[in-house]
Write a protein that binds this ligand. Structure first.
Ligand SMILES: NC(=O)c1ccc[n+]([C@@H]2O[C@H](COP(=O)([O-])OP(=O)(O)OC[C@H]3O[C@@H](n4cnc5c(N)ncnc54)[C@H](O)[C@@H]3O)[C@@H](O)[C@H]2O)c1
Length: 414
C-alpha cells in the first residue's frame, strides 16, 4: 500500500479531481441537509473516501468513519480526518480483523442515523447483535455488489427492518466504477507489481458481470488473449458475443497465464484448478474480499511458500511448478503494494451517488424496509453534475420529439 506524504493535507490533490463532490460540498454547506444527522461511513479508508467523508461533514453531518477492510486503511488519511471537527475515525493503520470488529462495535455504540457502507459489514454487525436497536436508523446506502447481495440476503431472511439504497445498482455507479474503475486499476496493479507485459499472454477472467467485463475488455485492449468463465448462461453468451473465449474453469486452468477472479463468490479457484495450471501462472482477485481464491488449498499443495516481493507470494509445488499469488488473494487493486484503488474521476460519481442516497435517507420521505433502487432523478442529477464537470454538452429533446415519444398514434404528430 502506498502512503502519501502531503505533510499537511493528504486529500489536497484529490479535491481538484473530484468536481462532483466539490459541487455537492459547496451546495451542502449552504443548505446543511445533514444537520443533526450522524452518518456512519464504512469503506476503504483511503483518500477518495476521505473526500466523501469531508463532503458529508461540510453538508452538516457528524461523520463516524471506519474501515471495511483492515488492509486498506491509510494512516495519513485517518489522522487527517480524525483531526477535523465533526469527524471521528474508528480505524488505524495495521489494525487486525479483531481490532476492526471492536472499532465497528464502538462506532455502533454512537447510534448513527444513516449508514453508508461498502460491503455491508457494518449493517450485518448491527443485526448480528440482538441487543442493538435499529429503531432510530433511517437507513443504509450500500456501494458495492457484494454488499447489496448481503442486504438482499438479510431481507430474504426477514432480518432487515430499515431501507437500503442499492447504490451499486444505479447506472451512474456500476457503468463506470465496476467496469472502468476496477478494470483499469486491477490490471495496472498486476502489471506494475509483477513487472509483467500482458500483451500476448492469456488472461482468464472468472465472472463476466460488470467487473469481469471491464477486466476482460481492457485486458484484450492491451493485447492479451482473453478467456472468460461463467455460471450464468446469459453472461456466458454475452462474453462469447463480445469476442472472448468461454471455457469451464477446469479447461481455462490449462491455458491461463494470469487468472483474475471477479465473481463475488467463494472458492472459484481451488485445488483442482491449481493442479492443472502451468508453471509461472499468476493469480489475483478483484471480486470479494479474500475468499475467491482458496489460498489454504494452494498452501496445502505447496512444498515451499516464499514472499517473493511485496504483494507476491510464490507457492512452489512438489512437481516443480511455481504459482504466484498476488496481494494474498485480497483485492489486488485496493490492497496490492502499488494500489491506489479506483481513479478519483470514477469515485467522484460513485461517492456522489452515495451522498445523494444518504441525503435522501436523511431528509427525504421515509421508505419501507428493504432494498431499494436509487431514484432515477438522483442518478440523472449525478450524470448532469459529471457532464458539467467534464465540460461536455448534450442535446435536449424538442417539444415535438417529446410529444412524438409520448404518443402512441404517432402519424398525427409528424
Ligand atoms: N475490487 C474492486 O474495487 C471492486 C469494485 C466493484 C465491485 N467489486 C466486487 O466485484 C465482484 C463482482 O462485481 P460485479 O459488479 O461484476 O458483480 P456481478 O453480479 O455483475 O457479476 C458477478 C458475475 O460472477 C458470476 N459468477 C458467480 N459465481 C461464479 C463462479 N463460481 N464462476 C464463474 N462466474 C461466477 C456471476 O454469474 C456474475 O455474472 C463483487 O464482489 C463486487 O463487490 C470489486
Amino acid at each position: 500500500m502506498v502512503e502519501r506524504h502531503h505533510a499537511d493535507d493528504p486529500l489536497a490533490r484529490l479535491r481538484e479531481r473530484t468536481p462532483v463532490l466539490q459541487t455537492l460540498s459547496e451546495a451542502g454547506a449552504e443548505d446543511l441537509p445533514f444537520e443533526g444527522t450522524a452518518v456512519a461511513v464504512s469503506s476503504h479508508l483511503e483518500p477518495k473516501t476521505g473526500i466523501f467523508v469531508e463532503t458529508l461533514r461540510d453538508a452538516g453531518a457528524e461523520v463516524l468513519c471506519t474501515a471495511n477492510d483492515p488492509e486498506s486503511v491509510h494512516g495519513d488519511v485517518v489522522a487527517h480526518l480524525d483531526a477535523q471537527p465533526g469527524i471521528t475515525a474508528f480505524a488505524e493503520p495495521g489494525m487486525s480483523e479483531a481490532d476492526l470488529d471492536r472499532a465497528h462495535r464502538e462506532l455502533l455504540d454512537r447510534e448513527p442515523d444513516v449508514l453508508a457502507t461498502d460491503g455491508a459489514e457494518l449493517l450485518a454487525k448491527l443485526y448480528a447483535d440482538p441487543d442493538r436497536s435499529t429503531d432510530e436508523i433511517r437507513g443504509c446506502t450500500e456501494q458495492t455488489t457484494s454488499g447489496v447481495s448481503r442486504a438482499r440476503a438479510m431481507e430474504a431472511d426477514g432480518v432487515l427492518d430499515v431501507p437500503v439504497f442499492a447504490v451499486n445498482h444505479t447506472p451512474m455507479k456500476h457503468w463506470f466504477d465496476n467496469v472502468h474503475g476496477t478494470g483499469e486499476s486491477a490490471l495496472t496493479n498486476v502489471m506494475i507489481s509483477t513487472n509483467t507485459v500482458l500483451s500476448g499472454r492469456t488472461v482468464v477472467v472468472a465472472g463476466y458481470g460488470y467487473v469481469g467485463r471491464g477486466v476482460a475488455t481492457k485486458a484484450r485492449a492491451i493485447g492479451a488473449n482473453t478467456v472468460v468463465t461463467e455460471v450464468d448462461p446469459r453472461k456466458a453468451i454475452r462474453a462469447h458475443m463480445d469476442g472472448h473465449r468461454v471455457l469451464p474453469m477446469d479447461e481455462a486452468a490449462d491455458v491461463g497465464d494470469l487468472f483474475v477472479t471477479a465473481t463475488g463468490n467463494c472458492r472459484v479457484l481451488r485445488a483442482r484448478h491449481f493442479e492443472r495450471m502451468s508453471d509461472g501462472a499468476m493469480l489475483c482477485n478483484v471480486g470479494h474480499r479474500d475468499v475467491e481464491v482458496a489460498v489454504a488449498e494452494l498452501a496445502d499443495m505447496a512444498t515451499e511458500i516464499t514472499d517473493l516481493e511485496e504483494g507476491i507470494t510464490r507457492y512452489s509445488l512438489a512437481d516443480g511448478r511455481e504459482i504466484d499469488l498476488l496481494a494474498e488473494g485480497k483485492l489486488v487493486n485496493l490492497t496490492g503494494p502499488y494500489s491506489q484503488g479506483h481513479p478519483a474521476a470514477v469515485m467522484d460519481s460513485t461517492f456522489g451517488a452515495m451522498f445523494l442516497a444518504a441525503r435522501e435517507l436523511a431528509v427525504g420521505t421515509e421508505r419501507e424496509p428493504g432494498v431499494h433502487q436509487l431514484p432515477e432523478r438522483l442518478d440523472r442529477d449525478i450524470a448532469r453534475l459529471k457532464l458539467d464537470a467534464l465540460g461536455v454538452e448534450i442535446d435536449s429533446l424538442t417539444d415535438l420529439q417529446q410529444r412524438y415519444l409520448d404518443a402512441w398514434q404517432r402519424d398525427e404528430i409528424v
